[in-house]
Design a protein around this ligand. Sequence first.
Ligand SMILES: [Ca+2]
Ligand SMILES: [Ca+2]
Length: 159
Amino acid sequence: MNGAGGSGGAGAGGTTGDGGAGGTGSNNGTSITCFPDADDDGYPSALEPMVFYGTCGEGYIEERVDSERDCNDEAGEVRPNQERFFDVPSSPTGWDYNCDGVDEREYEVTIPFSCSPDCSGRWWSSTQAPDCGETGDLVSCFLLDSCQTNSQVMRQPCH
Ligand SMILES: [Ca+2]
Ligand SMILES: [Ca+2]
């Protein structure tokens, strides 16, 4: 009888391999042209497109179906279809936050003007609307028992 000696414990499990680096230029996937989206706003820059296989690499996205391009790929707030208005310009593209090539002012209405029957409305208490970023007195209507107005000094927001 030979008593079986205890066998040694199982050796340390093998190391789990780290998967091979997914490289670009492998043969899986069809080639696609991708564009940088440095500010991650979903709108690609027109500059320096790169070819990838299968999917775009990090920092790159495919052409959009609407073909819209970012006019400032360093600032996420600046992009086509931006609906917000801003009271300071962006760098380096300035006031055109929605990339349509025009600086649009948010508030254009000036005196003489008065509240509408449903007590809404907003206008500058001057005969000319301030330019983008310039300050003025903006009058707003509000309902408190009766329709009233107040005014505040503010900068003209634009996009
Ligand atoms: Ca972008
Ligand atoms: Ca614009």
